[in-house]
Design a protein around this ligand. Structure first.
Ligand code: SF4
Length: 209
Protein backbone atom coordinates (compact mmCIF):
# COMPACT_ATOMS: atom_id res chain seq x y z
CA UNK A 1 0.00 0.00 0.00
CA UNK A 2 1.70 3.18 -1.17
CA UNK A 3 -0.89 5.54 0.29
CA UNK A 4 -1.95 5.57 3.93
CA UNK A 5 -5.53 6.08 5.08
CA UNK A 6 -6.49 9.75 5.02
CA UNK A 7 -5.08 11.77 7.89
CA UNK A 8 -6.22 15.38 7.79
CA UNK A 9 -3.84 16.53 10.54
CA UNK A 10 -0.81 15.23 8.61
CA UNK A 11 -1.93 17.09 5.49
CA UNK A 12 -2.32 20.33 7.43
CA UNK A 13 1.02 20.01 9.21
CA UNK A 14 2.88 19.28 5.97
CA UNK A 15 1.19 22.24 4.29
CA UNK A 16 2.27 24.48 7.15
CA UNK A 17 5.80 23.12 6.97
CA UNK A 18 5.99 23.76 3.21
CA UNK A 19 4.71 27.31 3.67
CA UNK A 20 7.45 27.98 6.20
CA UNK A 21 10.13 26.22 4.16
CA UNK A 22 9.17 28.03 0.95
CA UNK A 23 10.52 31.32 2.26
CA UNK A 24 13.67 29.93 3.88
CA UNK A 25 16.75 32.15 3.82
CA UNK A 26 18.95 30.16 6.18
CA UNK A 27 21.87 29.66 3.79
CA UNK A 28 23.72 31.38 0.96
CA UNK A 29 21.60 29.69 -1.74
CA UNK A 30 18.42 31.65 -1.04
CA UNK A 31 19.23 34.82 -3.07
CA UNK A 32 19.83 32.83 -6.25
CA UNK A 33 16.42 31.17 -6.51
CA UNK A 34 14.47 31.55 -9.77
CA UNK A 35 10.80 30.75 -9.31
CA UNK A 36 9.28 33.68 -7.36
CA UNK A 37 12.28 33.31 -5.05
CA UNK A 38 10.67 30.12 -3.68
CA UNK A 39 12.51 26.94 -2.76
CA UNK A 40 11.94 23.84 -4.88
CA UNK A 41 9.07 22.30 -2.94
CA UNK A 42 8.48 18.60 -2.32
CA UNK A 43 5.63 17.05 -4.28
CA UNK A 44 3.55 13.88 -4.46
CA UNK A 45 1.25 12.44 -1.82
CA UNK A 46 1.25 13.72 1.75
CA UNK A 47 -0.08 10.26 2.67
CA UNK A 48 2.73 8.27 1.07
CA UNK A 49 4.43 5.38 2.83
CA UNK A 50 7.51 5.83 0.65
CA UNK A 51 9.57 9.02 0.51
CA UNK A 52 12.12 9.59 -2.27
CA UNK A 53 14.98 11.92 -1.35
CA UNK A 54 17.25 13.38 -4.04
CA UNK A 55 20.34 15.54 -3.68
CA UNK A 56 19.45 19.09 -4.75
CA UNK A 57 17.52 20.79 -7.55
CA UNK A 58 19.12 21.53 -10.89
CA UNK A 59 18.41 24.33 -13.36
CA UNK A 60 15.09 22.91 -14.63
CA UNK A 61 13.78 22.29 -11.13
CA UNK A 62 14.79 25.76 -9.96
CA UNK A 63 12.96 27.34 -12.90
CA UNK A 64 9.68 25.48 -12.40
CA UNK A 65 9.75 24.99 -8.60
CA UNK A 66 9.22 21.18 -8.64
CA UNK A 67 11.70 18.37 -7.96
CA UNK A 68 12.76 15.90 -10.64
CA UNK A 69 11.58 17.50 -13.87
CA UNK A 70 13.33 17.51 -17.27
CA UNK A 71 15.06 14.39 -18.61
CA UNK A 72 16.04 13.22 -15.15
CA UNK A 73 12.46 13.47 -13.89
CA UNK A 74 11.08 11.78 -17.00
CA UNK A 75 13.42 8.85 -16.48
CA UNK A 76 12.42 8.60 -12.82
CA UNK A 77 8.72 8.56 -13.74
CA UNK A 78 9.34 5.91 -16.42
CA UNK A 79 11.28 3.60 -14.10
CA UNK A 80 8.65 3.98 -11.38
CA UNK A 81 5.95 3.04 -13.86
CA UNK A 82 7.93 0.00 -14.98
CA UNK A 83 7.69 -1.39 -11.44
CA UNK A 84 4.03 -0.43 -11.15
CA UNK A 85 4.33 2.73 -9.05
CA UNK A 86 2.55 5.97 -9.87
CA UNK A 87 4.76 8.90 -9.01
CA UNK A 88 1.85 10.84 -7.49
CA UNK A 89 1.57 8.18 -4.78
CA UNK A 90 5.08 8.89 -3.46
CA UNK A 91 6.43 11.89 -1.58
CA UNK A 92 9.43 13.34 -3.43
CA UNK A 93 11.90 15.84 -2.00
CA UNK A 94 15.60 16.76 -1.89
CA UNK A 95 18.19 17.05 0.86
CA UNK A 96 18.97 20.61 -0.25
CA UNK A 97 15.91 22.55 -1.39
CA UNK A 98 17.60 25.29 -3.44
CA UNK A 99 19.86 24.93 -6.46
CA UNK A 100 23.57 24.88 -5.63
CA UNK A 101 25.30 27.40 -7.86
CA UNK A 102 28.75 27.51 -9.32
CA UNK A 103 29.15 29.93 -12.19
CA UNK A 104 25.71 28.93 -13.44
CA UNK A 105 26.61 25.26 -13.68
CA UNK A 106 25.11 22.42 -11.67
CA UNK A 107 27.25 21.12 -8.86
CA UNK A 108 26.98 19.01 -5.74
CA UNK A 109 25.76 20.82 -2.64
CA UNK A 110 28.40 21.92 -0.17
CA UNK A 111 28.29 19.51 2.77
CA UNK A 112 29.40 21.83 5.55
CA UNK A 113 27.21 24.77 4.60
CA UNK A 114 24.18 23.79 2.50
CA UNK A 115 23.55 20.18 3.54
CA UNK A 116 24.20 20.87 7.17
CA UNK A 117 21.81 23.83 7.20
CA UNK A 118 19.06 22.37 5.05
CA UNK A 119 18.90 18.94 6.70
CA UNK A 120 16.65 20.35 9.42
CA UNK A 121 13.90 20.71 6.80
CA UNK A 122 14.32 17.10 5.75
CA UNK A 123 14.11 15.98 9.37
CA UNK A 124 10.84 17.90 9.72
CA UNK A 125 9.46 16.42 6.48
CA UNK A 126 10.25 12.92 7.75
CA UNK A 127 8.64 13.68 11.10
CA UNK A 128 5.45 15.03 9.51
CA UNK A 129 5.08 12.49 6.69
CA UNK A 130 6.08 9.55 8.87
CA UNK A 131 7.11 7.31 5.93
CA UNK A 132 7.82 3.62 6.39
CA UNK A 133 10.65 3.65 3.87
CA UNK A 134 12.93 6.37 2.55
CA UNK A 135 14.64 5.76 -0.78
CA UNK A 136 17.89 7.75 -0.87
CA UNK A 137 18.66 8.74 -4.45
CA UNK A 138 22.43 9.07 -4.83
CA UNK A 139 25.36 9.71 -2.57
CA UNK A 140 24.33 12.89 -0.77
CA UNK A 141 21.06 11.58 0.74
CA UNK A 142 22.57 8.13 1.33
CA UNK A 143 25.49 9.61 3.23
CA UNK A 144 23.27 11.94 5.23
CA UNK A 145 20.52 9.47 6.07
CA UNK A 146 22.89 6.66 7.03
CA UNK A 147 25.16 9.00 8.99
CA UNK A 148 28.30 8.16 7.02
CA UNK A 149 31.42 9.96 8.15
CA UNK A 150 33.48 8.77 5.24
CA UNK A 151 32.54 10.76 2.13
CA UNK A 152 34.39 8.21 0.01
CA UNK A 153 31.92 5.43 0.76
CA UNK A 154 30.67 3.48 -2.22
CA UNK A 155 26.99 3.29 -3.14
CA UNK A 156 27.48 -0.34 -4.11
CA UNK A 157 28.32 -1.19 -0.50
CA UNK A 158 24.77 -0.29 0.39
CA UNK A 159 23.28 -2.50 -2.29
CA UNK A 160 24.78 -5.47 -0.43
CA UNK A 161 23.01 -4.39 2.73
CA UNK A 162 19.79 -3.54 0.87
CA UNK A 163 17.78 -2.10 3.74
CA UNK A 164 19.19 -0.26 6.72
CA UNK A 165 17.41 0.93 9.84
CA UNK A 166 18.34 4.34 11.17
CA UNK A 167 16.28 5.33 14.14
CA UNK A 168 18.17 8.61 14.45
CA UNK A 169 15.68 9.97 11.93
CA UNK A 170 12.50 8.19 12.93
CA UNK A 171 11.71 5.08 14.91
CA UNK A 172 11.49 2.03 12.66
CA UNK A 173 12.31 3.99 9.49
CA UNK A 174 13.97 1.91 6.81
CA UNK A 175 16.32 3.29 4.20
CA UNK A 176 16.96 1.91 0.73
CA UNK A 177 19.90 3.38 -1.20
CA UNK A 178 19.50 3.72 -4.97
CA UNK A 179 21.30 5.38 -7.86
CA UNK A 180 20.37 8.98 -8.58
CA UNK A 181 18.30 9.25 -11.80
CA UNK A 182 20.75 11.77 -13.32
CA UNK A 183 23.48 9.12 -12.94
CA UNK A 184 21.21 6.64 -14.71
CA UNK A 185 20.92 9.01 -17.67
CA UNK A 186 24.64 8.44 -18.26
CA UNK A 187 24.66 4.71 -17.55
CA UNK A 188 23.24 1.62 -19.20
CA UNK A 189 20.55 -0.97 -18.68
CA UNK A 190 22.36 -2.71 -15.81
CA UNK A 191 22.18 0.31 -13.50
CA UNK A 192 18.54 0.95 -14.45
CA UNK A 193 17.65 -2.61 -13.51
CA UNK A 194 19.50 -2.16 -10.20
CA UNK A 195 17.46 0.98 -9.59
CA UNK A 196 14.22 -0.90 -10.22
CA UNK A 197 15.31 -3.64 -7.82
CA UNK A 198 15.74 -0.97 -5.14
CA UNK A 199 12.24 0.33 -5.81
CA UNK A 200 10.83 -3.19 -5.58
CA UNK A 201 12.65 -3.64 -2.30
CA UNK A 202 11.08 -0.46 -0.93
CA UNK A 203 7.63 -1.69 -2.02
CA UNK A 204 8.25 -5.05 -0.40
CA UNK A 205 9.14 -3.29 2.85
CA UNK A 206 5.72 -1.66 2.97
CA UNK A 207 4.02 -4.93 2.07
CA UNK A 208 3.27 -4.00 -1.54
CA UNK A 209 4.90 -6.53 -3.88
S1 SF4 B 1 19.08 25.44 0.61
FE1 SF4 B 1 17.79 24.91 2.35
S2 SF4 B 1 18.67 26.07 4.08
FE2 SF4 B 1 19.45 26.99 2.19
S3 SF4 B 1 18.01 28.66 1.74
FE3 SF4 B 1 17.34 26.84 0.58
S4 SF4 B 1 15.80 25.87 1.92
FE4 SF4 B 1 17.00 27.29 3.21
Amino acid sequence: MLVKPFDYSRRVSLDLLCAEMGKCDKCRLSPSRCKNNMVVMPNGSTRANIMLVGEAPGKNEDECGDPFVGLCGQLLTKLLEEVGVERKNLFITNVVKCRPFDNNRNRQPDWEIEVDTCKTWLAKEIRELNPKVVVALGKVPTRLLTLQDDFKFQMRDFFKVNVVHYEAWKKDMKIVAAWHPSYLLRKGEKEREEFKECLKLAMKEIGNV
